[in-house]
Write a protein that binds this ligand. Structure first.
Ligand SMILES: *Cc1c(COP(=O)(O)O)cnc(C)c1O
Length: 324
């Protein structure tokens, strides 16, 4: 498939075959206390327990598997604030492909170390002044590498869609499906999966309140670009949706809503104390919006929520969750 064509559900099904060979089939977590708190039945797809600690491994292994032999021999380059980087690094190692990762100077130390630990070469940049896509494009041209973007890529979208596909296979019908929204790879893949397997379900994406470019884009009917938002949700600090993810979201999403940093921390606390799960701030976006009521009309319904990642320095986690 050319890298500029819109993926469809059969691409998610094809991705599922690749993902099943390499990724964990993550569990779906339930909690009576959480259901009582939320006033609905919540099914948590535990992607913080995925390999590399985030769903991004799904898209990475799908995209790298789709490269031809020559492209695999030459290697790949990716730009990311962290989880996509680790995912590409591990997927590349698994498939015997060389990987270069362009990461911001202020990326969490654990994410940089993990990426290097998987054997990737890390090139640093300043996220507030430099354009990471340009750096990656230059490296690609110099070294003949394939650029694997974090969300605007058909196989990445298809791979991310396998999380909600598995969720629906495991729990059956859902009334509402909620995922975090950064660049929209996960949400657009989820829309493809839900459209085929749960066409009656409402699907919501949740952005950080400080970075609501998706909400604005949906209202404007075109991709709106914002300044790099300052939010705890570093995995959703994107400035714009993609040319592939935007039309899928525009045509398939029920609505986009937001969660504040305070709501993210409160949700991380609930997940730690009631479910004993360590979730990074971005990973808590979807549940935070259900608990705050930003996702409308959930009372008494069956709600699927993707917990997307758990990569956070333990000291940082303690600082956030332990504070009164
Ligand atoms: C990347 C990421 C997101 C956002 O995913 P997109 O596909 O960019 O919308 C959400 N949560 C975590 C933990 C992530 O790493």
């Amino acid at each position: 498939m050319p890298t500029d064509s819109l993926p469809t559900f059969p691409d998610v099904e094809a991705a599922a075959a690749v993902v099943a060979q390499h990724a964990h089939r993550t569990p779906v977590l339930r909690s009576r206390r959480l259901d009582a708190l939320a006033g609905c039945q919540i099914h948590l797809k535990a992607e913080h327990l995925q390999r590399v600690g985030a769903f991004k491994f799904r898209g990475a292994i799908t995209a790298l598997s789709a490269l031809d032999a020559g492209q695999q021999r030459a290697g790949v380059v990716a730009f990311s604030s962290g989880n996509h980087a680790q995912a590409i690094a591990l997927a590349a190692r698994e498939l015997g492909i060389r990987a270069v990762i362009v990461m911001p100077h202020d990326a969490p130390a654990q994410k940089v170390a993990a990426t290097q630990g998987y054997g990737a070469e890390v090139v640093r940049y300043d996220r507030y002044t430099q354009d990471r896509e340009q750096i990656a494009t230059t490296l690609a041209a110099e070294r003949g590498l394939s650029v694997i973007p974090p969300y605007d890529h058909p196989q990445v979208i298809a791979g991310q869609g396998t999380a909600v596909m598995e969720l629906l296979e495991d729990v059956g019908e859902l009334d509402v499906i909620v995922t975090p929204l950064g660049g929209g790879g996960l949400l657009s893949g989820s829309i493809l999966a839900a459209g085929a397997l749960a066409p009656q379900a409402r699907v919501y994406g949740v952005e950080p309140a400080a970075g609501d470019d998706g909400v604005r884009s949906l209202r404007a009917g075109r991709i709106v670009t914002i300044e790099t938002p300052r939010t705890l949700a570093d995995g959703a600090q994107t400035t714009h949706l993609g040319h592939l993810t935007f039309p899928i979201i525009r045509d398939g999403v029920t609505d986009l809503v937001t969660a504040t940093d305070d709501e993210l921390v409160q949700t991380m606390r609930v997940l730690a104390s009631d479910l004993k799960q360590v979730i990074e701030p971005t990973g808590a976006l979807a549940l935070a919006a259900v608990l705050s009521g930003a996702v409308p009309d959930t009372a008494g319904t069956r709600v699927g929520v993707v917990l997307t990642g758990g990569n956070i320095d333990l000291s940082r986690f303690a600082e956030l969750v332990g504070a009164p």
